[in-house]
Design a protein around this ligand. Sequence first.
Ligand code: ATP
Ligand code: MG
Length: 659
Amino acid sequence: MNQFQATQTIDSARLLEGLNPPQAEAVTQTEGATLVLAGAGSGKTRVLVHRIAWLMETQGVSPYGILAVTFTNKAAGEMRGRIASLLDVDVRGLWVGTFHGIAHRLLRQHWQEANLPQDFQIIDSDDQKRIIKRLLKDQQIDATSLTPASLQGYINARKDEGLRPANIDPGSDPVAARLRELYDAYEAICRRGGLVDFAELLLRSNELWLQQPQVLMHYRERFRHLLVDEFQDTNTLQYAWLRNLAGDRATLFVVGDDDQAIYGWRGARVENILRFDKDFSPVTTVRLEQNYRSTNTILSAANALISHNAERLGKNLWSDQGDGDPIALYAAYNEVEEARYVVEAIERWMAAGNRRDQAAILYRSNAQSRAFEEALMQRRIPYRVYGGTRFFERAEIKDALAYLRLTANPADDASFERVVNLPTRGIGARTVENLRAHARARQLSLHEAALDQLTSGELSGRAANAVRSFLELLDTMRRQTADHLLPDRIERTIQLSGLIDHYAKEPHEKGQARIENLQELITAGSYFTPEEEVEGSLGELNAFLAHAALEAGEEQGDAWDDCVHLMTLHAAKGLEFDLVFLCGLEEGLFPHQRSVEEPGRLQEERRLAYVGMTRARQFLYLCYAESRRLHGDVIYGTPSRFVAEVPAEHIQEVRQIGR
Ligand code: ATP
Ligand code: MG
């Protein structure tokens, strides 16, 4: 054995240390495609990370030749960190990201081939809805016949299926024909403004594969290893995208759990797991059965719950972590009392010397966070809400971003509309309406239309002065910030915009919080480091704006500080905590009312409950409230059927004192 081989063996042993035999088998597959199909907490993500390290360390694969897909940007960041610490090498060349993030990166590099303007802007779902609302209004379609949300859903679903308006055959159905027309009109708006929504990122990059064979060949040559986490939640388009990229050369390695498929409502296709076997044959399927996360009690309870689902690939999971404590079941009087109970339990947990960041409160819908937030605030316990109104989706942040975007691209109509009269500067709805009509008639951006109307004298008097000073403001912003570093640019833009004074007028606390958020945006700018490729084609400001848009679509916050975590069950996927509270277990809330009547959706809700329970390492609490105020109404609920599906032997009911 020569020296090189000797080191290889040692390193390879180190990478396989701490893996059980089937995990090691998966990590070291060298033939064909691999599917790791296994339940929660069995080490799928760990296997994926070790596989990447193993490829680089022992197979001589360059980081440049590996592409890994994660479900959130946060998971991507963690994965990078893990690989770097396993290998102690530079992992910058490695592409790890979400499907959206990776598609974005590709489009930035190949904007020309993808038929996009170089400075195209990403719009998040909120921006998209505004545009659609406006479109419906322009077409005089009243919200009772078609809501912006349903048109948005229609458009995104078509894109996720890979369909452009031209690919849709409405037959003789007038409603389908109308929807297709609106989709077409929406696309025209995006094209004019250089706007790209989330679904478009992926569709466009898949079309890039199909229409630009030389680009596809380049990436096929480059990425010989494709790895995907949470594979059960890929949709049709993501699957097609992967398949195109893989061609017949790349080695695919995917990990997933059919029992954790929770994005069917957003177009994810768990059937992709079954297709995978056929499309990428020969496939080695590896099953992992040992769970390293939870106590036996928690695991058995979760297994029993999920066994109520009919359509499963089936699996056994066991744990050697001992039985641990029984699962606590608490019936609260109402949502306020539920929150009080949870927060007191967290206080006891902290008093026993545990870390706050090992506690998570999980719920079905965002609106439930409020009661917990209030209780936590009262007790001065630091917490962070993931999901809900995410930082980059907050109104004040979007206002500031709109100004920044206009300095980068005056033709960004969505941003123009957002801030043309914010803070109020005397540009009324009529004036804006005229601008819009003018822009539409002449195929101009709103900014160009405004200039046009000013020069032609079509706009006069007070309105003209107001519009002129707005355009001048944008111009000043652009000139005064152009050569500055990103945080200065953000700061200067915010100062000039007048947003701080505007928000200072809001009721005290609310306004103050908004101003603090604006300051936080400057901080975000100072910490921002763009991916090389993205910055290269864009410049720092645009790279930051793209980052903000991508982050806004994600159900996660940024820093993982020492605070209690609050999040929806959807956002909890892939994570783990010592102490977990699963709250609001009431019929109609969870399972959600809309899902109760449809067996398929009910099963998806049950998988969501399974995801929730399996986040817990040591302690799990199930809570429900006998009455609850939600969206202004008081509802008297019955305990969720999911509670009854957990065998009584694993549960201990908490007695309420004084009732
Ligand atoms: P999920 O389905 O929830 O995404 P997963 O299958 O991806 O779960 P991981 O998050 O990779 O599971 O692993 C769960 C926990 O078990 C982690 O803390 C991980 O470090 C630990 N773990 C996994 N495999 C082993 C092992 N062989 N020895 C010790 N700990 C392990
Ligand atoms: Mg995982």
